[in-house]
Write a protein that binds this ligand. Structure first.
Ligand SMILES: [Fe+2]
Ligand SMILES: [Fe+2]
Length: 244
């Protein structure tokens, strides 16, 4: 546990959503089990990539070694989730779907990056407990319980490195608040994107439901009318005409 154990409202809402909605969602649509596990695999692989990038900026060998250790563990987590995703998949899975976006772009952003990682690891550590409770499948629960210990270590690595990089804890509270605010905005943007997709899906579905039969009916009327005109001019179709 780091120095900021106070409750983050967004965190608590996410945890509540996982505990209450995940069991229902996985029960109603078994395909979501595999897609959720695949998403976890992608997030873990992305963390490993971000850690490896950060190694290039960290100055102290022991900091780079700790970051490399955590990157290896994230790769192991990703591989474990991917294996689980395959066991629940009804079709072959893609290797990676998302384009990566670097969280750290230069040495000047190291403090923010480490705070972002610290907050992310803290959330993952807490949420994996909720996923373990909600998953309802022994193999997934065992895996989550196993890797949760690693996530606690990643949290500690990020915090210890951050304090060293900052040269103390004076700036810590301000950075944590700023990163929490940034993560809130990112969550809100993701949520609006999902609601937008849902809304446009419902709208398009409604248009097809209403307009489909209407256009079908109009099309049939036109075809019947054209057939009537043709028969009035040339008479009813014969077998010879149909064959020619
Ligand atoms: Fe992980
Ligand atoms: Fe982690």
């Amino acid at each position: 546990m780091g120095p900021y154990p106070e409750v983050s409202v967004r965190s608590q809402l996410r945890r509540l959503a996982i505990r209450s909605l995940l069991p229902l969602s996985w029960k109603l649509s078994p395909g979501r089990v595999s897609s959720s596990l695949l998403r976890f695999a992608e997030v873990e692989a992305d963390s490993a990539w971000q850690f490896l990038r950060a190694m290039e900026v960290l100055e102290q060998p022991h900091q780079r070694a700790a970051m490399f250790h955590d990157a290896i563990e994230e790769m192991e987590h990703s591989a474990g989730f991917y294996t689980l995703a395959r066991t629940y998949a009804s079709r072959p899975l893609p290797l990676c779907r998302d384009r990566r976006e670097a969280l750290l772009t230069g040495p000047e952003g190291l403090g923010e990056f480490l705070t972002y990682i610290y907050e992310g690891e803290r959330e993952v550590y807490e949420e994996f407990e909720d996923y373990t409770t909600a998953a309802g499948r022994q193999d997934i629960q065992d895996w989550l319980t196993h890797i949760r210990e690693d996530e606690e270590g990643h949290q500690d690595t990020a915090l210890a490195t951050l304090i060293e990089v900052l040269g103390g804890e004076q700036e810590l509270a301000r950075l944590v608040r700023s990163i929490r605010w940034r993560r809130n905005k990112e969550s809100l943007a993701r949520l609006s994107h999902r609601i937008g997709n849902l809304f446009s899906g419902v709208l398009l579905g409604s248009i097809f439901l209403v307009a489909g039969p209407l256009f079908g009916w109009a099309c049939k009327q036109r075809m019947d009318s054209a057939r009537g005109d043709r028969e009035r001019r040339y008479g009813p179709p014969t077998l010879d005409a149909a064959a020619s």
